[in-house]
Design a protein around this ligand. Structure first.
Ligand code: 8YV
Length: 324
């Protein structure tokens, strides 16, 4: 019998990242890459020393409370951990780690991609062309919104928001506003000449593009609801690379359909992989399938970062990225 700690990877990772885990631990891989259901995850709590989930695994209190528990560490593959009941883990003495830093630039790039696609009507144009409906160039064809000198309002001002702000400010000359639970240090504000706005409603009213970067979970559930959407300019664009639950999707679909805001760019959804059916027929929304961190190098770096946490934990050292 192997004395190496038993580790479960709930989804398929890049080959390089899997190899690093396999080199050190007694690992079960998920070769067919199907999401695991609650019963399988509960059994895993009994049978593994560490479970490495992703956003597609709901690690609830009742799963963590499974009788005969063996699991000691949840090594999350991803920076966001709203799919894990962290309070339950803490209560049960189960450690949780995540993978910050390594996906910051990649996710900020995607926020900018959505911002550009939504403001320049890229999805709409592509659908028109592929549908054989492009009748040729004309001065008033698919005119969008330019970013130069516009105002970007960021909700949440952590690593990814700051990286997005740098791109928007230094690359496109956008003015930066932000709202977050805590005001950041003056030197961080100075990087992009970012102005702190205490009230979300004020930030929404003053922004040409609003980009969401706060964590998911109950505190931010439907932070952008019908009322808040009404605070936005009718020419404004909403970008969400954070978590789908931050936006009331039905309310957003109505606002877009009625032209109360100009457009939206979404990478995350309330009930992934289901997308609200009212969004699907709309021309003024860009819909990407949760690609925020999806580059080969970043996905490998995320796996390596999980490995660092696992190695530290089973060597009796402090976790590299402790959540609890
Ligand atoms: C990940 C993300 O791909 O890290 C996160 O929080 O949203 C994505 O970039 C996914 O969540 C991994 O579990």
């Amino acid at each position: 019998m192997s004395t190496r700690p038993r580790v479960l990877l709930t989804r398929r990772w890049t080959e390089e990242a899997q190899q690093r885990i396999v080199a050190r631990f007694d690992v079960t891989l998920n070769e067919n890459d199907k999401p695991m259901d609650a019963a399988v995850l509960a059994a895993a709590v009994r049978n593994y020393d560490a479970i490495c989930p992703t956003v597609t695994d709901s690690i609830t209190a009742s799963i963590l409370e499974t009788a005969g528990r063996r699991v000691k560490l949840i090594g999350n593959f991803g920076v966001g951990y709203n799919h894990i009941d962290v309070a339950a883990a803490q209560r049960l003495g189960i450690r949780v780690s995540n993978t910050p830093d390594v996906l910051t630039d990649t996710t900020a790039d995607l926020a900018i991609l959505l911002m550009l696609m939504a403001t320049r009507r890229a999805g709409e144009g592509e659908r028109e062309l592929r549908g054989g409906k492009w009748t040729g160039w004309r001065p008033t064809h698919l005119m969008g919104l330019g970013l130069q000198d516009r105002t970007l309002g960021l909700i949440g001002y952590g690593r990814i928001a700051q990286a997005t702000a740098r791109r928007a400010h230094q690359g496109f000359g956008m003015r930066i506003l932000y709202n977050s639970r805590r005001r950041v240090a003056p030197e961080i504000e100075a990087q992009c000449n970012a102005a702190y706005v205490e009230a979300v409603d004020q930030l929404l009213a003053d922004s040409d593009v609003v980009s969401l970067h706060c964590p998911g979970g109950s505190e931010t559930h439907h932070l952008i609801d019908a009322q808040r959407l009404r605070r936005m300019k009718s020419t404004a664009v909403l970008v969400n690379t954070a978590r789908g639950t931050v936006v009331d999707e039905a309310a957003l679909a109505s606002a877009l359909a009625e032209g109360r805001i100009a457009a939206a760019g979404l990478d995350v959804y309330e009930k992934e992989p289901v997308v609200h059916p009212d969004l699907l027929p709309l021309e003024n929304v860009v819909l990407l399938p949760h690609l925020g961190s999806a580059t080969r190098e970043t996905r490998t770096a995320m796996g390596m970062r999980v490995a660092e946490n696992l190695e530290a934990f089973f060597d009796g050292k402090p976790l590299r990225d402790p959540v609890v």
